[in-house]
Design a protein. Structure first.
Length: 263
């Protein structure tokens, strides 16, 4: 399973990733993620402890590709390649575009307070959203989850002291939302997260991805294995057999996501 995490520098992806790993390490409704390498496990665990102390995890050991394992009820099911992409407009876009067209799940990050008060950043988000929309239009028919992740939401208050309206946050992504809403194989959600001493919402993006991506990948594998099609490699058949028992548990994750705005 290939998951792409996309956002500008200093948006909070590293903090999110470490806290998400800490939350999923012990499992939620039987589903868990663990690092394939002990060194990565130690890095993510140490980083999550730093975030919970109110410190930003150092970027010195930032990895662009993290190799994880999806577990269910303590049993390893399949590898998860988690790609951390820093969005930079320009020549690197084509490689990122290709990754977005192939991913089993996509998380797009935006700094919520900065979005509301920084016009150049807001314009940059529009450009990033245009790239995402272009990639979504080129995808095949696989069921694909997309999560718009708004970070630092614990710092969000309007002049009246009330939370900023959701409409203001999603404005740079309105075209993406409209595209997903009318495309049968795409499933979108909005996650408001806080990554600090008091984390909030950090499991929403990963659970949304798992909820849809497990079934989506299973359906794609099933289609490849259908009699009459070109013979699929044996490893694809084995992967499908490992995924079948997860379909029903993945569907039950929706009970944890009923409050999540979706499109």
């Amino acid at each position: 399973m290939d998951i792409v995490m996309l956002g500008h520098s200093r948006v909070g992806k590293s903090s999110y990733l470490s806290l998400m790993y800490a939350a999923m390490r012990d499992g939620i409704q039987g589903f868990g993620l663990c690092a394939q390498e002990a060194s990565l496990h130690d890095e993510l665990t140490s980083a999550s402890e730093e975030v919970l102390r109110g410190r930003h995890p150092g970027a010195g050991h930032r990895r662009e590709v993290l190799d994880l394992l999806l577990h269910y009820q303590g049993r390893a099911v399949l590898p998860v390649r988690w790609r951390d992409h820093r969005y930079l407009a320009g020549r690197a876009e084509e490689g990122l575009f290709l990754g977005l067209t192939r991913a089993d799940g996509i998380m797009v990050f935006a700094d919520a307070p900065r979005l509301l008060g920084d016009d150049p950043y807001r314009a940059a988000l529009h450009r990033m959203a245009a790239l995402v929309q272009r990639a979504l239009a080129e995808r095949d028919g696989r069921l694909t989850p997309l999560v718009l992740v708004f970070t630092k939401c614990d710092r969000l208050t309007s002049a009246a002291g009330a939370p900023a309206p959701l409409e203001s946050l999603v404005e740079p992504f309105e075209d993406v939302i409209a595209k997903v809403a009318v495309t049968e194989n795409l499933r979108g959600a909005v996650a408001l997260v806080a990554c600090g001493r008091e984390p909030a919402g950090v499991t929403v993006p990963v659970l949304w991805i798992l909820h849809h991506a497990i079934v989506g990948r299973g359906l794609a594998l099933h289609a490849a294995l259908t009699p009459g099609r070109v013979l699929a490699p044996a490893d694809k058949a084995a992967e499908y057999e490992r995924l079948v028992p997860l379909f029903a548990p993945a569907e039950r994750l929706v009970t944890l996501l009923s409050h999540v705005p979706s499109f």
